[in-house]
Design a protein around this ligand. Structure first.
Ligand SMILES: Cc1cc2nc3c(=O)[nH]c(=O)nc-3n(C[C@H](O)[C@H](O)[C@H](O)COP(=O)(O)OP(=O)(O)OC[C@H]3O[C@@H](n4cnc5c(N)ncnc54)[C@H](O)[C@@H]3O)c2cc1C
Length: 490
């Protein structure tokens, strides 16, 4: 079926930018790109391009800039907040073909990759030399480095090693006007001079341009790793154990928690052999062998003090892999116990865990919708999953409302509406619940400086009156720069 949305001149320009094989306009084929991992929102793009080089991305963006057409970069489409959701009439720039590892520099512990390389491929490339790439989203076998940069992706081991932003030394970006720039160091040198442009770009969810190369830090594999499972009868006991570990000055590589519902789902999918309990802690320590051996005894003592009724140390690599397989499959495993679900992503102070989880249970009882919880307990990053049945009239809407109420609960507890999945399209309407209007306006100014035409992944991140228009923090006060007519808010 031919594309009727985009005019022939623009299509011809896009074709000359990426070649015939790199342009998809057939209505049935472009539909493949209508959503990301958050399938509740869908928009069919006008066209999809699959560039192979920075020059091709640049040529596409120039076409978009010339005609003021929105474009949306897309990695693997595993995002859970609708970040890669197409804008109306947009060009999706799929990065799947830019998937080469360009340079490996073991002496300086860094690797240069194109954005379509998957997270796991980075580690695979340096594993034999004793290195790994630390940020480890559960989607790591599929999600791309470009998507990881845009979302500042995290993962279980980011408690110790830090999020994506800690591991990017520099990146090449095609700006929304088609210029190509390096943010940070092209040669991977740690450089603290000037504005932290990689810091601005990383986590900007595709709104400031398209990443076309990244120089990443790689990390030496630790000498020893120990992985412990501990089963508790209450969330309070498990949460107290987490607080006790941090208070004792420990920094485990990971501290994850799963509730009964998540354990049930993960067991059905992966058969990890988890003990069935109200709160399961998964603690991993890594580092020099002597240090790990001493600390694991301390961790076990804290678990026992807080009434853990079973503790199990992985004895082999195979056992450790199975423990992690269950945890990392937890989102997908929900399909075993519910036909539909929404994965939320909020942050709370660790100390608020028992109170917030108890309140969530109340909300679940009130709405009759089940909520499963699996999360990065060490940094208070919750992933509540609201389970529903879309064939029941009205249930999807109730699930969405409940998932937003959970985010407000996180903010009220002193936390945040996202820890690692981004705001995207999904959480725009709770941005105003978290930020004051002038703060949002300041962020808009940054966006506007990069993208005055508002074509790079528009309609994402910021609340718009059309979509929600919530205003919690009082009237908007124009910035003096805006009042003087030097900059404008759009
Ligand atoms: C089962 C499952 C488990 C997950 N677990 C985690 C987890 O543990 N931690 C975590 O952080 N996330 C997790 N996620 C969410 C998701 O995998 C991450 O957000 C990931 O970083 C998205 O990468 P992607 O390649 O799929 O990006 P996409 O979904 O394609 O895009 C995400 C965003 O990045 C932008 N983008 C993509 N490529 C570029 C580029 N080259 N330049 C500029 N912008 C770009 C898009 O416009 C969009 O805004 C999980 C998702 C699933 C489905």
């Amino acid at each position: 079926m031919a594309n009727s949305v985009m005019n022939a001149t623009i299509l011809a320009e896009l074709k000359s930018a990426v070649g015939e094989q790199g342009l998809i306009v057939d209505r049935n084929q472009v539909q493949t790109y209508e959503c990301d991992g958050l399938t509740n929102f869908r928009t069919t793009p006008a066209a999809v391009v699959l560039p192979r080089t920075t020059a091709e991305v640049q040529a596409v963006v120039r076409v978009c800039a010339r005609h003021a057409i929105p474009f949306v970069a897309r990695g693997a489409g595993t995002g859970l907040s609708g970040g890669a959701l197409p804008a109306e009439g947009c060009v999706v720039i799929g990065m799947a073909r830019m998937n080469r590892v360009l340079a490996v520099d073991l002496e300086n512990a860094r690797i240069t990759v194109e954005p379509g390389v998957t997270n796991t491929q980075v580690t695979e490339r340096v594993r034999a030399a004793g290195y790994f790439y630390a940020p480890d989203p559960s989607s790591q076998t599929v999600c791309t480095i470009g998507g990881n940069l845009a979302e500042n992706a995290g993962g279980a081991h980011c408690l110790k090693y830090g999020f994506t932003v800690t591991h990017v030394l520099g990146c090449e970006v095609v700006l929304p006007n088609g210029e190509v720039r390096w943010f940070g160091s092209e040669h991977g040198v740690v450089d603290a001079l000037g504005y932290d442009l990689p810091g601005v770009f990383i986590g900007s969810e595709g709104t400031l341009g398209v990443a076309t190369k990244a120089v990443l830090k790689i990390v030496r594999r630790p000498e020893a790793v120990q992985t412990l499972l501990a089963a508790f009868s209450t969330v309070t006991d498990a949460a107290q154990t987490v607080s006790d570990m941090i208070a004792a000055g420990m920094l485990p590589a990971a501290i994850e928690m799963m509730d009964r519902l998540s354990i049930t789902a993960a067991e059905a999918a992966v058969h990890a052999g988890y003990p069935m309990c109200e709160a399961l802690l998964l603690v991993e320590l890594d580092g020099p062998r002597a240090e790990v051996d001493a600390q694991i005894d301390e961790v076990r003592a804290l678990c026992a003090k807080n009434n853990a009724w079973e503790q199990r140390l992985a004895q082999t690599d195979a056992e450790r892999v199975l423990v992690w397989k269950g945890r990392k499959a937890a989102f997908a495993a929900m399909g075993r116990i519910a036909s539909h679900y929404i994965v939320q992503d909020g942050v709370i102070p660790r100390t608020a865990l028992p109170k917030v989880l108890a309140k969530m249970q109340e909300m679940s009882d009130e709405t009759g919708l089940r909520i499963a919880n699996v999360f990065h307990a060490g940094d208070g990053n919750l992933h509540p999953m609201v389970l529903y049945d879309a064939t029941v009239p009205g249930e999807e809407d109730r699930a969405l409302i409940l998932s937003y109420d959970i985010l407000r609960l996180c903010v009220d507890a002193g936390g945040s509406i996202t820890g690692e999945h981004g705001v995207g399209r999904e959480k725009q309407c709770v941005m105003s619940y978290m930020f004051h209007e002038p703060d949002l306006a300041t962020m808009q100014r940054v966006r506007h400086a990069f993208d005055p035409q508002n074509i790079s992944n528009p309609e994402k991140v910021f609340p718009t009156p059309r979509l929600c228009g919530e205003r919690r923090h009082g009237a908007y006060a124009p910035h003096p720069v805006e009042a003087a007519g030097i900059a404008e808010v759009f």
